[in-house]
Design a protein around this ligand. Structure first.
Ligand SMILES: [Zn+2]
Length: 160
């Protein structure tokens, strides 16, 4: 049987529908919110970074000369963190590094420069030094917020 793009698209959407019923509502909501959060400043940043992750430089090619990457709010939006939806609070990441930033597994050690050192909470997982490559202004207060969250979690981790 020959695979066509349409056939594959149907397969994918059928699989997504099947999965939909099995994923607890709260997880579905997180995903949907993430896509809703893209606004013009995030799109502009994605273009500026050529859709490459600021940590690993990976970008996901999706065909037709297009790429997939994600905008992450250092201080997350929403009730608990109340971060602002602005470029100085956003970094562009691949899905893996986005997940690690969401979990506050990284602290940003430098306030300035194009290559800012990152500290991973489970340092042993990082074989080499990790950096965040920066070509736009990141507000220092958002870096501080990430550090606070990182330290809170590190404290919980070392206490248990
Ligand atoms: Zn990455």
């Amino acid at each position: 049987m020959r695979l066509t793009a349409e056939f594959l698209a149907d397969m994918v959407s059928a699989a997504a529908e099947r999965a939909e019923g099995k994923i607890p509502a709260k997880y579905r909501m997180v995903r949907r919110k993430e896509f809703d959060r893209d606004y013009p400043q995030i799109e502009e940043l994605k273009r500026r970074y050529q859709y490459k992750c600021q940590v690993c430089q990976h970008r996901i090619e999706v065909g037709g000369g297009r790429y997939y990457c994600e905008g992450h709010h250092l201080r997350p939006l929403g009730r608990e963190h109340r971060g602002p939806p602005e470029a100085s609070n956003v970094v562009i990441l691949c899905p893996n590094h986005h997940a690690e930033f969401d979990l506050f597994l990284f602290a940003i050690l430098d306030y300035k420069g194009r290559k800012r050192k990152l500290e991973h909470m489970l340092r042993s997982l990082e074989a080499t030094e990790t950096h965040l490559l920066v070509r736009h202004r990141i507000a220092p207060e958002h870096v501080d917020y990430v550090t606070e969250q990182f330290l809170t979690r590190l404290d919980l981790l070392t206490r248990s």
